[in-house]
Design a protein around this ligand. Structure first.
Ligand SMILES: Cc1cc2nc3c(=O)[nH]c(=O)nc-3n(C[C@H](O)[C@H](O)[C@H](O)COP(=O)(O)O)c2cc1C
Length: 373
């Protein structure tokens, strides 16, 4: 089974992602990993910390001569600033952060012991693992693509053409160049007011074969796995697949994607309200998920809290902070979705070696050409 875990704190020496389950012989290059790490650090609205870090992943294990050994791959990303031992305690928990809940859970008044790990610095390791998964999927013509849909309540109209070029030339990772200026104004306005902004991002997966995930057990359902992965990203508060919450307002006749026979005899769908997943399995259509990010909670104009040392009312702690992290969150969303799709892909096709996985995938693909049987 493909799986990963992360280790490391925000101001510790480094972050580590340990990835287990890539078949022997899988080509491994860190080029895409490092490009995605750079994208995670970018996006209009990030704070000064991002300027200090320059993330780069190094493979400590599991890779030799540019291919996976079938053993755990450990990726390390150094923290340029690693002064966790010297940092003063934080005793004024920030509403909206893990600070107070963590302090109560562990019985401490120094919430830095919690925020060092709960902070989104950890997502650098998740992006590294997910980018490796995305590179693996590309070997099988599966593409995972995340972009920003909405910031501060201002919705975009995503372009349908040249999406990668459009997104990569947008400072906010959107697909609507007309809206970038308005988004920047909104971010600047929030910054000037000492406030923060949230938004929505979308992740699309194209080229995934039908049958990834399973209807048979609740824990194998792909929509469940995607929702969990996306919801676990710091600041994500809601996840949709396909029509999502909008489905609740449609009639059945408007919602479901009718099945028809295409000109070449293959089965086609009239639309994609299902977001590419039916019964917990991919159905051959693009997988489409969206996530809503709350405005981040460290405000320059601090919210009210209680100092855990003095017991007195106080202003919540403030350290250099971002204003809008939705562009960065879209990179993290893309990474976690890529990982779940790669996991489902390897659950289905298995194989000890890349060559064996490829043979099994090819045989399934050929079988589908003769479908319906
Ligand atoms: C890329 C990224 C960067 C973030 N940067 C900050 C930040 O600078 N300040 C902050 O208060 N929250 C930031 N957050 C959000 C917090 O990490 C998050 O709200 C907090 O850990 C509580 O988790 P929850 O929002 O999932 O409940 C960031 C989130 C992401 C995804």
């Amino acid at each position: 089974m493909l799986r990963y875990s992360t280790a490391g704190e925000s101001h510790g020496p480094c972050l580590v992602a340990t990835i287990d389950g890539f078949p022997y012989g899988t080509p491994v290059s860190l080029d895409h990993v490092n490009a995605e790490l750079a994208r995670r650090q970018g996006g209009y609205g990030r704070g000064a910390r991002m300027m200090m870090e320059k993330d780069e992943a190094v493979a400590l294990s599991g890779v030799r001569h540019g291919h996976a050994l079938g053993s755990p791959i450990a990726l390390q990303i150094m923290n340029r600033v690693h002064n966790a031992e010297d940092l003063h305690p934080i005793t004024r928990p920030r509403p909206g952060h893990a600070d107070l809940a963590g302090a109560m859970k562990f019985g401490t008044s120094d919430v830095r012991d919690i925020s060092e790990r709960s902070s989104a610095r950890e997502t650098a390791a998740r992006v590294a693992a997910g980018a490796l998964a995305a590179s693996f999927l590309r070997l099988f013509d599966i593409d995972v693509f995340g972009f920003v849909l909405e910031i501060g309540g201002i919705e975009s109209r995503p372009s349908a053409d040249e999406v990668r070029r459009v997104r990569d030339s947008s400072d906010l990772y959107g697909l609507d160049p007309q809206i970038d200026g308005r988004w920047k104004e909104a971010v600047d306005g929030a910054k000037a007011a000492g406030d923060t902004l949230g938004g929505v991002f979308e992740v699309r997966v194209s080229g995934a074969p039908p049958g990834l995930g399973s209807h048979a057990g609740w824990e194998e359902k792909l929509d469940g796995a995607l929702a969990r992965a996306l919801m676990s990203v710091q600041t994500v508060k809601a996840v949709e697949v396909g029509a999502g919450f909008g489905a609740a307002r449609l009639r059945g006749s408007e919602m479901h994607d009718e099945i028809a026979k295409g000109p070449d005899g293959r089965l086609v769908r009239t639309r994609n309200n299902a977001g590419g997943i039916e019964g917990g399995m991919t159905n051959g259509q693009p997988v489409v998920c969206r996530a809503a990010c709350k405005p981040i909670s460290t405000l320059r104009k601090s919210l009210g809290t209680v100092d855990l040392e003095s017991g007195e009312a106080a202003a919540a702690a403030y350290e250099r902070s971002d204003v809008c992290v939705v562009p960065a969150a879209s990179v993290i969303g893309e990474a976690v979705v890529a990982f779940e799709i790669a996991r489902a892909f390897l659950d289905k096709f298995g194989g000890d070696s890349y060559e064996e996985t490829g043979r099994r995938h090819e045989s399934y693909r050929k079988g589908l050409e003769r479908f319906p049987p």
